[in-house]
Design a binder for this molecule. Sequence first.
Ligand code: ZN
Length: 422
Amino acid sequence: METASGKETLTVLRRLIRYTEKVFHVSRDVMAPLSDRRLEPRIATAAVVKSALVVFWARLGSLNAWALVGGARFWQHWLCEPPCSADSLGRIHALLHAEALRHGIHHVYERLKRNKALPDMQGVGVAVLDGHESHASYRRHCAGCMQRTIHTDAGDRIQYYHRHVTLMLLPGAPPGRPAVRLLLDQEPQRPGEAEVDTALRLLTRVLAAYPRAFDVVLGDGLYAQAPFFNFLLAHRKHALVVLKDERRTLYQDVAGLFALEPPRLGRYRARACCWWDVPALDSWPQVHAPVRVVRSLETSVVRRQLDHQDDPQTSDWIWATTLPSPQVPVDRVVRFGHQRWDIENYGFNELVNEWHADHVFKHDPNAIECFLLVAFLAYNLFHAFFALNLKPTARRGTTQRFWASLMTAELHREVTPHSLSP
Ligand SMILES: [Zn+2]
């Protein structure tokens, strides 16, 4: 029997690999087609990316930590050649063709879609995008760095940083399984570029590769811009964004309407809600379609620890969307609206805190882009394994971090003290 503490879980890294080979043919269909710009490569590109995949799966966090487990037996079978040096791992990522990695991510999506593991969310395909700053430095910089002036007591200093925009697919849960959220793609923000322009470049590529993967794109208040709405409308997709800019005419118009119309009562999770749904406003003429505005005034009761009294708390949400009424009812718009946070909670927070994805493995624009794409691939494969392959009895009462620590332990266990001695 499979248990969380039994013998079976000690070989979880090999089980994960066995699963990815069986379901996705990862070595043949994802790794073998990879290439890079070296003229006479001695180290196989696939071996380099397979090594990085394990850096993320085992949450090693740095190339030095990876080099420490280079003596593990595990690598012989997985790489089909000895592991390269940490320096080569970074150097070759700077030369990798990022597009081939994106094809690999698409291949994983395609297999999961075919296996019916990515159902729509109540009949609507949902994706969310957002920008993320990965790291900042005063010292190191490269051609891909953005820069800003920081005013300090010691005078102005130039800080360098990298940002990217990521798109995450938010499918519904397959029967009896958790939902498998997928990181589909990311686009580096260029120096001097606005985030929405980066997002449109990302969406142009994603919509060509994934034309039917989603119907609506969720975004934060920054995306309440006509070019974003019009781009999606032109591609027959919908937008749903937070509306928080009080200067907007649209906001002022709906604020007046909310005061006149009685709300509909509803519930979102444990919160009692008042909903207003204004289906077709034309007070945003720059957008090439009428815009629908939904407001959810939500009240939840929190029990105070100090005096055990109930403390009601309210939050007020307003979203602008092109999703049609009544086909997509107000309760679903509210649910989608709150899902905009999924990319923070399940995407960036997990990538940074659990997967060390913000670590600069090599400060080079192409290496930063490719390491992040490998992290996406590792994330997607691991979540598919966790949700679809592990039996509910094995998953119950465990965390993903627990399974990751078993993978780290598996590599450490195979490094004999002899190979660690100076
Ligand atoms: Zn840089």
